[in-house]
Design a protein around this ligand. Structure first.
Ligand code: NPW
Ligand code: K
Length: 493
């Protein structure tokens, strides 16, 4: 499922209006009907107050009010501007609502009328600045009400394209998105304002565009990675080589996760013996230079528990060896410390190298504050992907995977994963998927989905506060079953 920006949505709207000859007012009426229909199915039966702005988002609101009136609801509109000042399709939608008997009041700072539900049709994809003046005043009074709010398309005060949240932003329990979900409501912090998002089909075709962001949908990726012919042997499922740092526990967790995610063979490259030994893994002792011990054709995982155990040049030589690589923790810093011409030398590096930063690491690597990374997660992931010339998985709720022009958002995962060692598990899963033939982008996408799903499964049995990273490893086989669609649909969170 696609996640679109305001510009991409405008392009789709334009296509519907100009190429398919669907008048804009028809789209507004269809949007209004879609909103009213969701309300009939899921909303309260009492008085509905529609808060309408001057643009087409307000037009959707007027059209919804007209439909609600038609369905014999008690409904009124509170408008930010005088209806006579409206122009174009929104003016037509307002006239239609008024003609149908919907009362319209102009907001001038008075208390909002009591309601069972407020419908936020103030601003949608046209918002281009933080709310101010009268609008901000209305938003502040909304912030103090306990009445539920549903947002039309995008909650007012949430940036459609970045998910940034402005002061006063509407806190919705439900957002009804027209034709496609807007990306700002899929990523944090915007998704936290949007509540549940329902996409309404109002007849606007979603023409495929390779630059659309998408939700991660695991079924096809999982089927590719997990396919085993009857003649399968371990050599078909690749080899993951985990390079052990000074904290071997982290590498062990990653190796166990790789084993539970389908890697055919797993080796631990270590300078000192690991006790107790892991029976399912091969220990490769490193005596002298690491680069002389690297097994051929393996996918390398560096970073978990590494601290500064290996010199920077070792990380560079592993990345430049031509194989697939997962870099986490300090190994990412080592790669980013390579001179730019070295980092950018291979134009296909992002197809085989994955970085898995959490927000603090991402901030350190691109020189932003953690706060700016968290407010602009899409931009931060893109920046790091460009700077590192690699696929980047920015961890955290609604993880983002960015590879060159492609962006995906992970719909699953939650607080049970916020535990030490969880990132090591994730890195191990991704390394296993790379070993099974997925590209860096696909392995990062399926990896974070499986990891998130394992965490969500765990959360059904154990409170998030009591989850351990090794518990997540135990859930990985079931998460893979889910991804393959055997038990649950991919969209079932
Ligand atoms: N087009 C179509 O075919 C369809 C559209 N649809 C619906 O229309 C919505 C998009 O409508 P839209 O483009 O008219 O923008 P909208 O969000 O209503 O804003 C209006 C104007 O407000 C202004 N403004 C901006 N920020 C502001 C701020 N902070 N505080 C105060 N004012 C601010 C700014 O104008 P400015 O003041 O800058 O001149 C802006 O132009 C979309 O989300 C969907 O709901 C769908 O039903 C399908 C069919
Ligand atoms: K809105």
């Amino acid at each position: 499922m696609y996640l679109v920006t305001s510009e991409q949505m405008r392009e789709l709207d334009r296509h519907a209006v100009t190429s398919l000859h669907i008048p804009e007012i028809v789209l507004l009426h269809l949007a209004g009907k879609a909103i009213a229909d969701v309300l009939v199915q899921r909303g309260p039966r009492g008085h509905i107050v529609v808060l309408a702005g001057k643009g087409n988002n307000g037009g959707d609101g007027y059209a919804a009010a007209r439909w609600l009136k038609h369905y014999q609801y008690s409904v009124e509109v509170v408008s930010l501007v005088h209806p006579e000042t409206l122009t174009g399709s929104v003016a037509l939608a307002a006239q239609s609502a008024i003609a149908a008997g919907v009362p319209v009041r102009v907001y001038s700072g008075q208390p909002l009328p009591e309601a069972q539900l407020y419908l936020d049709a103030l601003l949608g994809t046209g918002q281009n600045r933080p709310p101010a003046d009268r609008l901000l005043q209305m938003l502040e009074s909304l912030a103090h009400t306990s009445t539920p709010i549903w947002a039309v398309d995008v909650p007012t005060g949430v940036d459609t394209d970045t998910g940034a949240v402005y002061p006063g932003a509407v806190q919705a329990v439900l957002t009804i998105a027209m034709a496609a979900q807007k990306i700002g409501t899929a990523v944090t912090p915007g998704c936290l304002q949007a509540g549940e998002v329902v996409v309404a089909d109002i007849g606007i075709p979603i023409l495929h565009n390779p630059s659309f962001a998408t939700w991660i949908e695991p079924a096809e990726l999982a089927a590719r990675a997990a396919y085993r012919p009857v003649t399968a042997h371990k050599g078909l499922a690749g080899h993951v080589a985990v390079i052990v740092g000074c904290l071997p526990g982290a590498a062990k967790l990653a190796a166990l996760a790789a084993a539970r995610s389908g890697a055919g063979r797993i080796s631990l490259l270590t300078a000192s013996a690991i006790e107790p030994p892991l029976p399912d893994m091969l220990m490769i002792p490193v005596n002298g230079a690491l680069r002389n011990s690297l097994p051929e054709g393996a996918v390398f995982l560096m970073g978990p528990g590494m601290l500064d155990a290996w010199p920077i040049e070792v990380v560079w030589s592993v990345v430049e060896s031509g194989g697939k690589v997962v870099l986490d923790a300090e190994a990412m810093d080592a790669w980013l410390s390579a001179p730019e011409e070295r980092r950018l030398a291979d134009p296909f590096l992002a197809e085989r190298v994955v970085l898995t930063p959490h927000p603090k690491e991402c901030a350190r690597l691109i020189g932003w504050t953690v706060d700016s990374v968290q407010k602009h997660r899409l931009a931060a992931a893109r920046r790091l992907s460009q700077q590192a010339n690699a696929t980047v998985l920015l961890k955290g709720y609604r993880s983002i995977v960015n590879s060159q022009q492609s962006v995906s958002v992970n719909p699953v995962g939650g607080p049970s994963l916020a535990v030490a060692g969880s990132g090591d598990v994730l890195a191990g899963v991704i390394a296993a998927l790379l070993a099974q033939g997925l590209s860096a982008y696909d392995a990062a996408r399926l990896g974070c989905w499986l990891h998130g799903r394992a965490g969500d499964r765990l959360a059904r049995r154990i409170p998030a506060a009591a989850c351990m990273a090794s518990d997540v490893v135990q859930e990985l086989p079931q998460a893979l079953t889910d991804a393959l669609g055997v038990k649950m649909k991919s969209t079932d969170k």
